[in-house]
Design a protein around this ligand. Sequence first.
Ligand code: ADP
Length: 544
Amino acid sequence: MLSLAPINAQEWAIGISGFIVTIAFGFLVFSRVSDRKGILMTYVVTAAMVWAWAGFFYGLTSNPAIAREWRTLTSVAVIYMVVSMVYFAATFLEDIRPLKRWERYVRDGFLIGSTVLAVWTIGDFFGQRSFVGELSGPSAETLAPAAGPFLWLIIFQNLFGAIVMGYPLVMRLILDPDKRSPGWRQARVYLLSFSLGTLSASTRWGPWYGIHTPPALGFLAVPLIIGGMFYLIKNYRLFNMQVLSTQLLIFAMWTFVFFRIILNPTTLEGALPDIFLLAGLIILGVMLMRSVINEFRNREAMEEVRREQAIDHAKTEFISIAAHQLRTPLAAIKWAFSVLLVGGNLTPEQHDLIEKGGKRVDALVDIVNDLLDVQTMSTGKFRYVLQENDLAAVVAEAAGAFDETARQKGLRLVVENPQRSLMAVFDRHKVGLAFQNLIDNAIKYTKEGEVHVSYAPEGSGIAITIADTGIGIPKEDQERIFQKFFRSAEAAKIFIDGSGLGLFIVKRIIEDQGGRIAVESTPGKGTRFILWLPRTAKIAASAP
Ligand code: ADP
């Protein structure tokens, strides 16, 4: 059985300030690294820990003077346990809406009032008898707690705290539109565990006033509250278990050594090894904390990436299925239209209608093809076949495909230097696709004037320009036109059936082969796309 010599007030004062500084230091470190719920939870657990330890030491002590000190410490701890639980509970309401001004006043006012109470309590360490009365009895068995004249204030603080704490939880349960959300369930478990915990804790006050209610359930309070918390952590991932248990372990070690120092009845020199031990443990603890949190963050970041990849994968899968499903019926419609146009005995109106319909179907086929291209790009099946080809021929072919469309629209489609041949190594089909996309856009977004295509050797490669006298692209959109699905508002008005994927595909095709693409445009005047392809394409590392 432990029997401790009385500790003088000065030692207590030094010890307690040391402890407070240690904890404040620890919290500072953690508050930089944890989320708000995590920090508040750490406060709750720390207060509960001090409360439980102090109660434990009280039981071990046969010295009435020391027993009083322990009792007083439990009072301070229980005051702050309730305060931190109030703040913690408030976060559940804050999750769904900001606290109203009066709610914040009540919460913060409760903290201030409680702090005044706690400071007053400290006087009991120095001989005041406000909260813990004189304990008597020659042995631990007969040491009975005795209420001081103001103990009821702490009891009142506890009970009032229970209301202040219950309010945001109940509000969350009522106001949250999503009754299945993790936050809602957490609030429910928290409400249950804290109310049962507080209820059982309240039975501990009886003996102070000579009321013994068998069975005394006070010992259940900490397990209930902490148990509820851990249940939340484990089942609803309130916050990371690993980080939390490390924090707790470190705090437990610090507190243990701290109490060894202040309870050691020997001289200061005698306590030196323990003081060094505590200093070492603080440094090691902080380092350990940091590394655990770093590791946790890395893991979280990796999980995030994996989640995004999975979502991306699901999206591409969906696009792929949808596009493939669309292709067959579209081909059938197109075929039916062409049969009607050639062989059907149509009136001029009907002919016109079917022809227009056919064009819309063509636009749809283009979209579906774009979608399939993007899908093959992101699944890594977009392979390049590099061979020596004549770039001039590829340009001519791409432009040739739009001769008729340009003529119908009354636009001049000019290819400069059509006769010159320019040999280079690239993927003929894909580069052809890119040119087609660009010329197609130029024609689509130009009402009158011309589309001008030119090419010439430049440095170690070939520069290709596709210029038009069309609607142009607003400055703020020029950065974004190469993004997936982006279409500028003006363009969407002129041409409804765009996918916004064309330029994304073009950029990929050109850059994957070591080339560059840039745009210059003046709204209302025209647009110029400038491409550069190396003579010998090298597939970029990022390309599949
Ligand atoms: P889509 O043409 O299907 O909308 P693109 O990816 O090919 O998709 O083009 C993206 C956007 O870039 C277009 O919606 C349009 O706003 C703009 N754009 C592209 N080419 C031109 C051009 N030649 N003139 C004006 N705007 C263009």
